[in-house]
Design a protein around this ligand. Structure first.
Ligand code: TXA
Ligand code: MG
Length: 325
């Protein structure tokens, strides 16, 4: 693995060139985005994309997002309808991923043999420079080992999958800290498959329609929703502030993270307490916090559940999954 540090607002051209050479040769490059770090391969190269699954230990039936550097690129790989086009106009670049009917040109490894393909145009200058210079979309999932918390800094990438990556580009800490919102716009009704960096409220306001809640059958169409995710190696327990009678039991000391001062009973001592001053900062810090608490050796993590509004919805989703609920 080669490691490069660069300024995200002014990515070093030599580093971009080296990374693109690796992508052209079928290698893997990890890079920051505004959501989380991605593990990328040339999205037009089926063999290269397969390496991502190996490097992550990712189930072969979980499709990948194609990262593009301008909305028009999606037209080469998918049938883009008018709803998708207006969502792209409004939310690209940014933390929104659109699922659309795939054209046959998309490698099967990207779609995991589904008839649809997902697109996202990041606003982060490093992936944009990589995609533009490669001249092809970059297929990339989050750069964690499958099931682990997503990486929001380069050290977490190296820790998880460093040995299987050719180049890691360090562009600092990710702004949002939680993955993109995945919305399926391939059919008549649009629905959110994964809450994320762009809130449901913003999308509904823009589209002027309520997004249908997908039946569980439809959710199964997004394989990522089936697996346990984002979990640290120690149990995560959830605390609702409104529930003042909540008690927790932990074999050893616990770590706490949330927006409020902890106000519950636990049979063991608190080893580490992290209080965020906004829900945005909680979202930005959740995955790094999971990793740091694991490292200092807490026996369990007690996390406050945020209100289901704005980024709070995505944050709550990640907490529920990390808790295995
Ligand atoms: O913010 C993000 O989305 C990050 C950065 C790196 O872009 N990427 C990311 O990728 O989180 P990943 O692979 O960890 O999550 C992508 C999610 C998975 O739940 C996957 O199942 C879903 O998107 N997905 C991808 N293609 C799909 C498709 N064709 N149909 C339904 N779901 C799809
Ligand atoms: Mg992921």
């Amino acid at each position: 693995m080669r490691y490069f540090l660069t300024d995200k607002w002014n990515p070093d051209k030599n580093i971009i060139r080296e990374a693109v050479d690796v992508l052209r040769a079928g290698g893997l490059v990890a890079f920051p985005t505004e959501t989380v770090y991605g593990l990328g391969a040339n999205g037009c190269d089926d063999k290269a994309v397969r390496k991502i699954f190996e490097a992550k230990g990712r189930p072969a039936d979980n499709p990948l997002i194609l990262h593009i550097s301008n909305p028009a690129e999606a037209e080469d790989f998918a049938h883009v309808n008018s709803r998708a086009r207006s969502l792209m106009d409004r939310f690209f670049p940014g933390a929104l991923t659109l699922v659309l009917p795939a054209k046959p040109i998309v490698p099967c490894s990207v779609t995991a043999n589904l008839k649809t393909v997902a697109f996202r145009m990041p606003y982060h200058p490093i992936p944009l420079a990589l995609i533009e210079s490669l001249g092809c979309p970059i297929a990339a999932p989050s750069a964690n080992r499958s099931g682990r918390p997503s990486p929001t800094d380069a050290q977490a990438v190296i820790q998880d999958a460093g040995a299987n990556i050719d180049i890691v580009i360090d562009g600092g800490i990710c702004d949002i800290g939680i993955e993109s919102t995945v919305i399926d716009v391939s059919g008549k009704n649009a629905f959110i498959l994964r809450p994320g960096g762009v809130s449901r409220e913003l999308i509904e306001e823009f589209l002027g329609e309520k997004l249908v809640t997908p039946a569980s059958e439809m959710m199964k169409a997004s394989p990522g929703t089936r697996y346990k995710h984002y979990a640290p190696r120690v149990p995560v327990l959830l605390w609702e502030k409104m529930n003042d009678k909540q008690t927790f039991s932990c074999n050893g000391s616990y770590g706490y993270m949330g927006l409020s001062q902890p106000d519950f009973y636990c049979n063991s001592p608190c080893m580490e307490k992290i209080i965020f001053n906004s829900v945005e900062n909680y979202a930005r810090g959740i995955f790094a916090c999971f990793r740091s608490m694991e490292k200092i050796g807490v026996s369990c993590i007690i996390a406050e559940t945020p209100n289901e509004h704005g980024i709070g919805r995505a944050l709550k989703d990640r907490l529920l999954r990390a808790a295995g609920l």
